[in-house]
Ligand binder design. Structure first.
Ligand SMILES: [Zn+2]
Length: 339
């Protein structure tokens, strides 16, 4: 192990070179104080070092490192054309190009901030001191002090925190106190925690009926009853009715399949996501690449989202089940861990 700076957050880290034999590619294993243990290929490391982007540009990747660690897995950054091999085990494959440009929903940050604060009080009383460190801010995609100040000023103004003190050592040891109003908002956002209903947003064309079945089976195996709201022609032309809105609000998560590129699916996924309801994105593989024919290619703005790009119904069922287990069921148990 050689002392180095983390390739993502520039914090204190140790790294050691690895050859293709152990990881399937040439690169480094890094232990960073903020990002934790990750693997990175020579190509991806080169990209980070030569892209010329400021560090804040990497906040998506840093938050991804932290999130993967919470799931007790090891982020492994490699190029699209590279393969993992050997004992992949806990390695989770990621590509910098795909993660770095994911949109950051700034308006979600206040609620995520409060949820993270609440998760730190799980063994305390509700108005005890909450302590945030730099890693907590990175996990919320807040990478510099000025932004942290602005969010805490806003939360105090709105009555969600009663007081705060920003840590002077790179935001470490920041302290704050939650209010009753904060607990109301946090608990409201977890209102669906006990439901076992999931909502499916998809095209209901006949040739996708097998796909609908595979989504339902995957949900069932993972302990969820997946429902659809079919409203004939209205769904087809992309209108969303009150029943759809009500059903989404009652659901623990939404599976949004973008095959056939229906407008209703974009709306339902966006609505759920805005309400803090997790959305799992799926699409038939040929919609991700190739010719832009028959209006099937994905809408540009959502192409940075990580989709399950399924080959056939069986492939979708297997991968969706794994995703629900990893992303939804895992969080359900750790209910206070922020989204
Ligand atoms: Zn780092």
């Amino acid at each position: 192990m050689t002392e180095t700076k983390c390739y993502f957050c520039k914090g204190k880290a140790e790294s050691s070179p690895k050859t293709g034999n152990s990881l399937g590619f040439d690169g480094y294993t890094v232990h960073c104080e903020i990002c934790g243990h990750y693997n990175i290929s020579d190509e991806e490391k080169f990209y980070l070092e030569t892209s010329g982007f400021p560090m804040v540009k990497f906040v998506n990747c840093i938050a991804e490192n932290i999130a993967i660690h919470k799931d007790e897995k090891i982020p492994t950054w490699i190029s699209k054309h590279q393969e993992l091999s050997g004992n992949v085990g806990k390695m989770v494959r990621r590509n910098i190009d795909e993660i770095i440009n994911q949109p950051i929903l700034h308006s979600d940050k206040p609620l995520s901030f409060l949820k993270l604060a609440a998760s730190k009080l799980i063994k305390n009383t509700p108005f005890d001191t909450v302590v945030f460190n730099l890693q907590d801010f990175y996990s919320l995609k807040i990478s510099e002090e000025h932004e942290a100040y602005e969010w805490m000023k806003y939360l105090k103004q709105e009555g969600y925190i009663s007081s705060y003190q920003v840590g002077t050592d790179k935001l470490n040891s920041t302290t704050l106190y939650l209010t009753f109003k904060a607990w109301q908002l946090i608990e409201e956002s977890y209102r669906n925690i006990h439901t076992n209903q999931a909502f499916i947003a998809m095209s209901f064309s006949e040739d996708l009926s097998e796909v609908e079945e595979s989504i339902k089976k995957a949900c069932k195996r993972a302990g969820w009853d997946a429902i659809t709201v079919k409203d004939g022609d209205k769904q087809y032309i992309g209108l969303v009715n009150d029943e759809i809105i009500a059903r989404i609000n009652q659901s623990g998560f939404v599976v949004a399949d973008f095959t056939d590129n229906k407008r209703g699916v974009y709306f339902e996924a966006g609505y759920a996501s805005g309400r803090g309801i997790p959305v799992l994105y799926t699409v038939k593989k040929d919609h991700m690449e190739g010719e832009e024919t028959a209006g099937k290619k994905l809408h540009f703005d959502t192409r940075n989202i990580l989709y399950i790009d399924w080959k056939d119904a069986a492939d979708l069922e297997k991968r969706l089940f794994d995703k629900i287990e990893a992303v939804i069921n895992n969080k359900k148990e750790k209910r206070w861990i922020s989204l």
